[in-house]
Design a protein around this ligand. Structure first.
Ligand SMILES: Cc1ncc(COP(=O)(O)O)c(C=O)c1O
Length: 365
């Protein structure tokens, strides 16, 4: 079986975790501080604030910006539900703008059309590891005085016009879930250049405390452990190597898939560095699930990211939050992610291409 995702943990991560466990200091402490410092340096921002997950990072980021009930936040409906759920946590309302059919990322024109006098912020997602089209998004945000929260959960190390994602808006959020480009088990990180937002985020992730036992605002316990940070520090050192393999694997797949009938490989904008968290193809003629079942039956792990738009989820229907995003709905019925992770061998890549060719012959000829 070739898995769709695979965390890559070496003896070094294991040794670092053992050191932390033996140190007696296992909750948020010096390792978290070091991880934050190194991560901020890697992204090229002033501050990084570690949390328990990408979801709690988004929740804290929105709260730090003062997003609350009555506000609207524009985002994509074609993402993991956590993106929009974080808006719900604050009491604000997610408003869904359709995607670009080639990149699957939010379409700036559709953001423009969704703005009302209640709009306070935009959450672009750098889906599958490809940066959203941040130039036009930043222009819209400036013109309408809106915050930008980057959802960079899938895009560690990706770049837009040579600038790191995580440094392209007011605040950004990363996830370190095991399937992500780097992991801490569970974990998240907020990045920002703003001293004020970073201070507020630090308070929100730890009971609203500026100083111990002085609770100024209502906060949570969203603290990362030193155990997780020890893993993250090693993974961060290895990240550029992981990214290089992901890009090479994606290039191999695209070169060979380009000529396969019925399957459209990912489209990459020229001004970006796509870090291929997912390698996602489009399968035509309503045959996505047939191709998926065929590959699964022959031992190739696949994924559908995502089978439904967020507003078509029961939760959102129950809340009466809808959307009209035909491109996102079409993508939800056609996309299929194939393995692209750094654990793949040349034989694995050849096998994926061969079986995809067989699938194409079976379902498209
Ligand atoms: C786009 C996106 N946003 C947010 C999240 C939430 O991250 P986490 O699973 O770490 O809470 C994820 C990952 O699962 C994601 O893919």
């Amino acid at each position: 079986m070739i898995p769709i995702a695979q965390p890559i943990i070496s003896d070094e991560e294991i040794a670092e975790v053992v050191k932390v466990l033996k140190s007696g200091f296992i909750a948020q402490g010096p390792k978290v501080a070091e991880f934050e410092e190194k991560f901020a340096e890697y992204i090229g921002v002033e501050h990084a604030v570690a949390t328990t997950s990408g979801t709690t990072a988004l929740h804290v980021a929105l709260m730090a910006l003062g997003i609350e009930k009555g506000d609207e936040v524009i985002t994509t409906p074609f993402s993991f539900a956590a993106t929009a759920n974080s808006i719900l946590f604050t009491g604000a309302t997610p408003v869904f703008a359709d995607i670009n059919s080639q990149t699957y990322n939010i379409n700036p024109q559709k953001i423009q059309e969704a703005i009302t006098d209640k709009t306070k912020a935009i959450i672009p997602v750098h889906l599958y590891g490809q940066p959203a089209n941040m130039g036009p998004i930043r222009k819209i945000a400036e013109e309408h005085n809106l915050w930008i929260i980057e959802d960079a959960a899938q895009a560690h190390g990706a770049q837009y016009q040579d600038q790191m994602v995580g440094s392209l808006g007011d605040i950004a959020c990363f996830s370190f879930y095991p399937t992500k480009n780097m992991t801490t088990g569970e974990g998240g990180m907020i990045t920002t250049d703003s001293d004020e937002l970073a201070d507020t985020a630090r308070m929100l992730r730890s009971h609203g405390e500026g100083e111990r036992y002085k609770h100024t605002i209502l906060g949570y316990n969203f603290r990362m452990t030193d155990i997780a940070a020890a893993i993250g520090l090693v993974q961060l050192k290895r990240l550029d190597g992981f990214t290089k393999s992901r890009i090479e694997n994606a290039e191999y797949l695209t070169t060979h898939i380009n000529t396969i009938e019925g399957i459209t490989p990912p489209f990459v904008l020229d001004k970006v560095k796509h870090v291929f968290h997912q390698y996602t193809v489009r399968v035509e003629n309503g045959r996505r699930d047939d191709v998926k079942d065929f590959l699964t039956g022959l031992g190739i792990g696949t994924g559908v990211h995502y089978p439904k738009t967020i507003y078509n989820q029961k939760l959102y229907q129950g809340l009466g939050i809808g959307g009209n995003c035909p491109q996102a709905e079409k993508a939800a019925s056609q996309v299929l992610s194939l393995p692209v992770h750094p654990g793949l061998s040349t034989e694995d890549l050849t096998e994926i291409v061969d079986l995809l060719e067989e699938a194409s012959e079976k379902f498209f000829q």
